[in-house]
Design a protein around this ligand. Structure first.
Ligand code: FES
Ligand code: FE2
Length: 391
């Protein structure tokens, strides 16, 4: 028994990522870029500005989207160890995400079953073999089961088995942890992503760094910034623009999730398209996981952005950077640090999130009744249509 457990541990944490082969969909998108296929022309779309500033619309989104659909919480790499846990509150619900003694993920209420105390206060990873309530020390296991009650004789007739932490429906799939507040939520569209994520070896990656940004914009402004490539040569002129070619992009959908690819400057050079690593050096895949997350796949590292609405005009964005393995030398550390700084502080905070906040400020003035979406921004129009359809 002990041996079987150990093998499972190794499989989860130590086996190099299953990678090397693109999915059929990834391959088809790459071929579209290589063939130089233009975007299917689509007329200019006007999007009502109220979607970013109307408090009633925000309430409708909360009920129809955030209380209902599966939401991405974090990459699996946030909790590589068994019997570990982390508090999560970005979606407005006090959660504990834990990995139990068998490697299974749980998403539970961070609320004691005795009198409701918040159990884990910090958002750092903690050892969770025993989660002890700070108030009267009721003690829970990493799977949420109630293990111990001090002075148990004071609770005659109370069965510990009846008082585990409240659980949410949660799945670990394709290297990510998802949960839903609605116990009947359908996770089919989450599982549909796993083939593409396996191609990136997502579940074997190492979390290098994470940081939560406060952004003064409606959550959809941040999503919009990653649903179009129009701004890359302009907004990002000082950072990442040289790596890309203006307007060379293609996109399709996996269920409601957008999959896009952008050509890098040297995309024309002859590469062996059977060589997945070579393809990834010249093409950048970006996914918008409906409704709240963005995955940006650079050649040797990956950023996940999780957008969490706070008010109609503010959101949090947690940036996770994933790398193939922990840095083992000072040179490797310096290399990843440069990449982290370029994207997290430079490109995201300094450019994309700043643009989202500036856009929000302009729209909050009430001086534009609609925003104008052009051919290179079709992903934005499609995202807003999809959202409107479920409200
Ligand atoms: S509130 Fe948690 S033990 Fe009392
Ligand atoms: Fe951008």
């Amino acid at each position: 028994m002990r041996r079987r457990r150990r093998e499972r541990t190794l499989y989860r944490m130590d086996v190099p990522a299953r990678t090397s082969r693109p999915s059929a969909g990834q391959r088809a998108l790459a071929e579209r870029i290589v063939r130089g296929e233009a975007l299917a022309p689509r007329g200019v779309v006007e999007l009502d500005s109220s979607v970013y500033i109307d408090p009633l619309r925000f309430e409708r989104e909360k009920r129809a989207v955030f209380d209902k659909l599966p939401l991405l919480l974090a990459p699996s790499a946030l909790l590589p160890e068994r019997n570990s846990a982390v508090a999560h509150e970005g979606y407005g619900v006090p959660l504990i995400i834990s990995r139990d003694n068998d490697g299974q993920i749980h998403v539970m209420a961070n609320v004691c079953r005795h009198r409701g105390t918040r159990l884990i206060e910090s958002n750092e990873i903690v050892s969770a073999k025993r989660i002890v309530c700070p108030y009267h020390a009721w003690t829970y296991g990493s799977d949420g089961s109630l293990l111990a009650i001090p002075r148990a004789e004071c609770f005659p007739g109370l069965d510990k088995a009846d008082r585990p932490l409240n659980h949410f429906t949660a799945f670990e799939s394709g290297g990510f942890i998802w949960f839903a507040r609605d116990h009947d939520a359908d996770f089919g569209n989450v599982f549909a992503l796993s083939e593409d994520m396996d191609a990136f070896g997502m579940s074997g990656l190492h979390l290098y760094r994470r940081r939560t940004h406060e952004v003064a914009s409606n959550w959809k402004q941040v999503m919009d910034a990653f649903l179009e490539s129009y701004h890359v040569q302009r907004l990002h002129a000082e950072t990442i623009a040289p790596f890309f070619t203006d307007g060379i992009s293609a996109a399709d959908y996996i269920g409601p999730h957008q999959r896009a690819v952008v050509g890098r400057a040297d995309y024309l050079s002859e590469i062996d398209r059977e060589d997945w690593a070579a393809v990834r050096r010249v093409l950048t895949y970006t996914y918008a996981f409906f409704p709240t997350s963005i995955l940006i796949v650079s050649p040797d590292y990956i950023n996940l952005l999780v957008v969490m609405p706070q008010t109609v005009g503010t959101c949090l964005v947690e940036d996770f950077m994933l790398i193939p393995e922990p840095p083992r030398t000072p040179e490797a550390e310096a290399h990843w640090e440069r990449s982290w700084t370029l994207l997290d502080a430079g490109t995201f905070a300094g450019e994309d999130f700043r643009a989202a906040a500036l856009c929000q400020r302009g729209i909050e003035s009430g001086l534009v009744k609609s925003v104008t979406i052009g051919a290179l921004e079709q992903g934005i129009a499609a995202f807003h249509e999809r959202l409107a359809a479920i409200l």
